[in-house]
Design a protein around this ligand. Structure first.
Ligand SMILES: [Zn+2]
Length: 157
């Protein structure tokens, strides 16, 4: 017997509680190189596919189009251009975010893919496609080897 699909988000229920679950995510060889460069040197690395003429960021081991192994690492950014932006008004629990948070897809200079990250230092009205931005890295002692080693993107210059 098939389950009835829920067509309206208001029909969903949520149970709140906690579960003692632990997990470990490994970033793999490409992620290791990408995150270590950000943590140790505030550098953003991609990998290039010469056959497809594409640079992927974060760097990855294989081209998603032609499946070639990617070994050509290249530095991109730290500046880039906003390709899309959205204003987030609620957190994951539905609580109002005040002020709202800007999130953007940033295509770093030299990259053909985008990073999804927080955008700060710009008014909502000025957060538009085409805006030039730059990565704002955390201080060296505060970096942990995660995408949050980039604190946010801010207007360039
Ligand atoms: Zn390719």
């Amino acid at each position: 017997m098939p389950l009835d699909p829920t067509l309206h988000a208001d029909d969903l229920r949520a149970w709140y509680g906690s579960m003692p679950v632990t997990s470990r995510y490994t970033v793999g060889p490409a992620g290791e190189r990408f995150f270590r460069a950000m943590k140790d040197a505030a550098r953003i690395l991609g990998t290039r596919c010469g056959r497809c003429n594409l640079t992927y960021v974060p760097g990855r081991l294989f081209c998603e189009r032609c499946f070639d192994e990617l070994t050509d690492w290249t530095e991109v950014g730290p500046s880039g251009t906003i390709e899309a932006v959205t204003v987030v008004h609620l957190d994951l629990d539905g609580a109002l975010l005040e002020p709202p948070v800007l999130m953007a897809l940033v295509r770093l200079d030299g990259a053909d893919t985008v990073l999804y990250h927080r955008l700060s230092g710009v008014d909502v009205a000025d957060a538009k496609i085409g805006l030039r931005v730059e990565a704002a890295f955390r201080r060296l002692e505060d970096r942990t080897g995660s995408i949050l080693d980039i604190s946010h993107f801010r207007p360039a210059g």
